[in-house]
Design a protein around this ligand. Sequence first.
Ligand SMILES: Cc1cc2nc3c(=O)[nH]c(=O)nc-3n(C[C@H](O)[C@H](O)[C@H](O)COP(=O)(O)OP(=O)(O)OC[C@H]3O[C@@H](n4cnc5c(N)ncnc54)[C@H](O)[C@@H]3O)c2cc1C
Length: 471
Amino acid sequence: MTACPDRLDAIVARLASVLDSNAIIAGAAVGAGYCGDATDERGAPPAIVFRPRNTEGVAAILSACNDAGQALVIQGGRTGLSGGARPQPGEVSLSLERMTSIGAIDTAAGTVIADAGATLQAVQEKAADHELMFGVDIGARGTATIGGNIATNAGGIRVLRYGMYRAQVLGLEAVLADGTILSNLKGLPKDNSGYDLGQFFIGTEGTLGVVTRACLKLHPKPRSRANALCALPSLSAAISLLKNLRKQLGPLLSAFEVIFPEVYAGVIAHSGATPPVPSGAGMYALVEIQGQSETDDEARFAAALMVAYENGVVSDVAVSTSMREYAAIWALREGASEFIFSMSNMIGFDVGLPISGMQSFIDMASRDILIADPDAQFYIFGHLGDGNLHYLVRTDWHERVADAAFAAVARCGGAISAEHGIGLDKKRWLPWIRTPAELATMRRLKAALDPENILNPGRVFNMKATAAEYV
Ligand SMILES: Cc1cc2nc3c(=O)[nH]c(=O)nc-3n(C[C@H](O)[C@H](O)[C@H](O)COP(=O)(O)OP(=O)(O)OC[C@H]3O[C@@H](n4cnc5c(N)ncnc54)[C@H](O)[C@@H]3O)c2cc1C
């Protein structure tokens, strides 16, 4: 499909008196950045990028596009990893990049109202200025936006302690395809007065409406923080460590990440960092605590790790003793994405699994992938505490490797996306793990809220079911 110039001219003419002069970029002025997200694939350059300044502007754009049957791709920071923000032929872009305000912090309630285009980092920094913290953190914090985070129900490194993005959203403002504004920013922790409409927009990847503002929950800033890098013999030892630390530390435990040996060695070689514990172990785990007692927390953490060392669960451990060491240990984990992005021919699977089935998944997936491509190389890391692995494969055979990986996910009772979403890139496999009844209900919701199918069409699923879904 190509954009129809007459239709676009009519939309622009209708919006001329509503939007300011910086709100529309068109033709050759549309930069290459608008053509994709953080995946390698580029989409069709959008003929127009709409950049409204406020919710009313978003409503006017959607109403005009809806009346004209003009499809839009919604774009936040474009750090997505599933192609959701990648424009398709004929789509115009709606970018939230100019809606970046963050309101005053309500310190009594521990909440803040932020515009959809504000970056995650800006919210984190504002909270920190008031001795508060935001519960979600991801590597793309400096560019990813609040709207994109909500649309993807972002996870990240502290889900174990604070939950997914959904758990941070106390109220939402969103615009439906026809321009209707739904605003509930009261931020009440308890509100069962009818349907919680905000839930429609969390994790639905921009298919049901455009998020414009959100009331976000903040937490007391931790006074004590420490992390440790543990070397362990195996994944099963890491799972035992997780179980033991949860029992001994309770809510003090704030992150539990695993790094498989190939990624650990790769990050060290790629970054030139000094390894906190030597390479050569069967598994590495990064564990973190966040608490309020500067005197007791670190001692409890050290004691719990000592028990794990004495029991042989952990073979080596480096505990941070300063903020510099703490940051260096986290830098190593964040280096995993950089190391992965430095390699060509990678395909990534962000899978959710029952922790008890994780080893079976790895065994099954690697066996079947090696049948599909005997030269495949595996790189694995992830958020073990949340049952979420980033399972990456270096291969020339992306389609057949994806089939093998997702078949293993389905057989192990897992999810084909734990946190990055389905977007355009994973929708072919969604029927493998969601029932026809579930998919039909998703389509009914989409048809009810976006009858002209103008918002991110073809993301997550196509409106028309294919025969393959019923196999
Ligand atoms: C280095 C790196 C590390 C990452 N780490 C993590 C991680 O740990 N956990 C994690 O969950 N993700 C992670 N991601 C993925 C990505 O950052 C998240 O998916 C993020 O939430 C996307 O936000 P964004 O603003 O960039 O959205 P975009 O990429 O612009 O869009 C993502 C999707 O949301 C839709 N969308 C965007 N804004 C809105 C809006 N206002 N209203 C409605 N729909 C909208 C888009 O149409 C698209 O479907 C990482 C990415 C990178 C590059």
